[in-house]
Every structure is written in C-alpha cells, then in structure tokens.
Design a protein around this ligand. Structure first.
Ligand SMILES: NC(=O)c1ccc[n+]([C@@H]2O[C@H](COP(=O)([O-])OP(=O)(O)OC[C@H]3O[C@@H](n4cnc5c(N)ncnc54)[C@H](OP(=O)(O)O)[C@@H]3O)[C@@H](O)[C@H]2O)c1
Length: 329
C-alpha cells in the first residue's frame, strides 16, 4: 500500500509518497482501507516539528480517516468486516490503509459520505467540547468566532447556532464570510482592516460578547479580548497565524473575563466515554440536518502537497480532504 512518509522534520515539500507494508490488526485493533483523510492545520505543523506531539520517524501525517473495515483483531466487538467507519487517529491518515484501536472507530451514518466523515471528527468534536464543556455556552449568549470559515471555525459557527447562541462570524475576507453566513452566522465582521474590536462592540451595543472562539491567535486575540462582556470566556483553540500572543493579565482583571484552554485530543484520550457521547450527539445533529459539513476541495492522495498547501496558506474554506479512490479501483 502507499503512504506519505515523514522521515525527518522539515518542509512539507520533503514529504514523499512511498510503498510500505500493509498494517496488521493486533488485539483490540482493526484494519481500515482508507477512502478519505481530512487535512488539518496541525498536519503541517507536525511534519515541521512544530506540533506538541512528535511521533517517532518515519510517520505519516493525517489525524482523521474514513474507510471500510478489512480486518478485525482478537477481542473486537460491535464492528464487522465491511463496516464504514470514521476514526480520530492523530497520525497515519495520509495512506491507503491503517490499523486503529477499535475503541476509536465510529460507524458512519448512512447518509454521510466518506469525504464528510473524514473531515467531521476533529473539527466538530473540538468545537463541541470547547463550547459545551469549556465555555458552558448558554442559549441567548453572544459568540464571536475568529477564522470563522476555517476548518474548526466553521463548525463553531454551526454548533453555536445549534446551542442557541447569537453567532458573530469574523474572517479576513468577504468571500470567507459568505461561507460563514451560509452556515448560519447571524452577523459578519471582516477583520482585515484591523477594526475587529470596534466592529464587534458596535454589533453588541457596546456590551461585548460572552464567548470568544479563537483558533487564530496573533494580534486578533487581544482585539477580541477587548471586545468581551463581563464574565466572558475566551476559548484558546490554536494559533494558525503562527503567533502565540502574550496578553497582559490585567486585561482579564479589568474585563472580568476568563481564559479557557481547549485541547480536544487530550480530552478524547483521557475521557473516551464522554467524548463518544459527544460524537453521538454530533452525529444525531448531522442526521437532523443541524450540521452541514463543508468539504470545499478534495485531492487524490498523490496530490497531498497541494491539499496541505491550501490549508497552510490560509486559502481553505471549511475542510480539505484527501481521497484514495480505493473503492473505485
Ligand atoms: N485546541 C484544539 O483541541 C484544536 C483542535 C483542532 C485544531 N486546533 C488548532 O486550530 C487552528 C486552526 O485549525 P484548522 O484546521 O481549522 O485550520 P484552518 O482550516 O486553516 O483555519 C485556520 C484559520 O486561521 C486563519 N489564519 C490566520 N492567519 C493564518 C495563517 N497565517 N495561515 C493559515 N490560517 C490563518 C484563517 O482565517 P482568516 O483568513 O479568516 O483569518 C484560517 O481560516 C490550528 O492552530 C489548529 O492546530 C486546535
């Protein structure tokens, strides 16, 4: 089978698609013939050695996959050969086959395509955990989402609406805001002119927002913090701008707001049962039509450089997904 291999930390251009041995399903594991793999921003950070988790070499990037079960290890229950499954795997998804612990595999609803399933888990589960567990977002509260047309940002817009909040979507261009609007945002803010704080204050009658969802960081983070209402929660999601901001603590004191860290991968590992319940709720929302995954582009596995490049260069809308075309072969 073919897999994209990272043999040393370096630029994305150093990655190569190679022939490797097929995986074997050990105890409690299953083998999946991968149909699609979601591209995430952290895939690019990981191969450059800039991500918090550093797997041993050689490794394949790719944190989430969707495909068909082709082998069951000893002790696996509840899944059968031929089942369509999706899984958060962390690494190893830019490949044609993968062995995963059965506990992390979830059956894909009939109506969901492999492409949708491959881009679903990380983005939706991160925003769900962030808004529900970490921010305790309440109906009627106002949520500001930065990078609102990006992978995780767009899911925060949809989940914020599903939870009954008023959602202000903020992004760097009007065409990105059109995407956020189509996914339910109530108000739109283009922050390319550096006026984020004033625009958000104006939209909230000077009061500010209750919750900020920030996957971008950099200068935008402090501008968003300054646009918060008392008792607000600032969700630290990520730093796609490449800049981890240092915001003086007096800003939190003066505004009476909290900074709340979010690390979904660690949560999912530490609390698999709670995470599984969250994913079940998200899939129920999907089946009820409340969530509409936005797969903006797909690339065949051999064009992974282009797909990853779109995400790393700020051009992606929603999710970009790799496909192997295995079922068609
Ligand atoms: N905490 C967690 O558990 C968790 C889980 C998943 C992801 N994350 C993190 O969340 C962040 C976003 O991930 P994602 O997969 O949603 O990425 P994405 O689809 O590329 O979205 C990131 C957004 O950030 C904005 N951005 C600003 N400067 C950028 C730059 N220099 N390059 C790229 N984007 C830039 C872009 O929106 P505008 O152009 O509108 O500004 C873009 O849409 C990453 O840092 C990722 O590691 C965290």
């Amino acid at each position: 089978m073919r897999a994209v291999l990272c043999r040393a930390f370096g630029p994305v251009e150093d990655l190569r698609l190679e022939d490797v041995a097929s995986p074997v399903a050990g105890q409690g594991m299953l083998c999946v013939s991968i149909e699609a793999c979601g591209i995430n921003f952290f895939d690019g950070l990981a191969v450059q050695g800039q991500y918090q988790t550093k797997p041993p070499f050689p490794f394949s990037p790719g944190g989430e996959v969707a495909g068909v079960v082709t082998a069951l290890g000893e002790g696996v229950e509840g899944l059968s050969l031929g089942d369509r499954v999706m899984a958060f795997v962390g690494f190893g998804g830019y490949a044609e086959e993968i062995a995963v612990p059965a506990a992390v595999a979830t059956k894909i609803p009939e109506a969901m395509s492999f492409e949708e399933a491959a881009g679903f888990m990380i983005a939706y589960a991160t925003s769900h955990h962030a808004l529900k567990d970490r921010a305790a977002l309440k109906p009627g509260e106002t949520l500001l989402v930065l990078g609102a047309a990006g992978g995780v940002g767009l899911t925060a817009v949809e989940i914020g609406k599903a939870m009954g909040a008023r959602v202000i979507a903020a992004a760097s261009s009007d065409d990105k805001l059109v995407v956020a609007s189509r996914h339910g945002a109530d108000d739109l803010v283009n922050y390319s002119d550096g006026e984020l704080k004033d625009k958000v204050k104006a939209l909230t009658g000077g009061r500010g927002v209750d919750v900020v969802y920030d996957p971008v960081g950099g200068k935008l983070a402090e501008a968003a913090l300054r646009a918060m209402a008392p008792e607000g929660r600032f969700l630290v999601i990520g730093f796609a701008s490449g800049d981890i901001p240092s915001i003086p603590l007096n800003q939190y004191l003066l505004r009476q707001v909290s900074a709340v860290g979010v690390f979904w991968g660690a949560f999912a590992k530490a609390e698999p049962e709670r995470n599984a319940a969250h994913v079940a709720e998200l899939l129920a929302w999907y089946e009820a039509g409340k969530l509409r995954p936005h797969i903006s582009e797909t690339y065949p596995l051999e064009r992974f450089q282009e797909g990853l490049g779109r995400v790393m260069s700020r051009q992606a809308r929603g999710k970009v997904v790799l496909t192997t075309g295995r079922s068609a072969a």
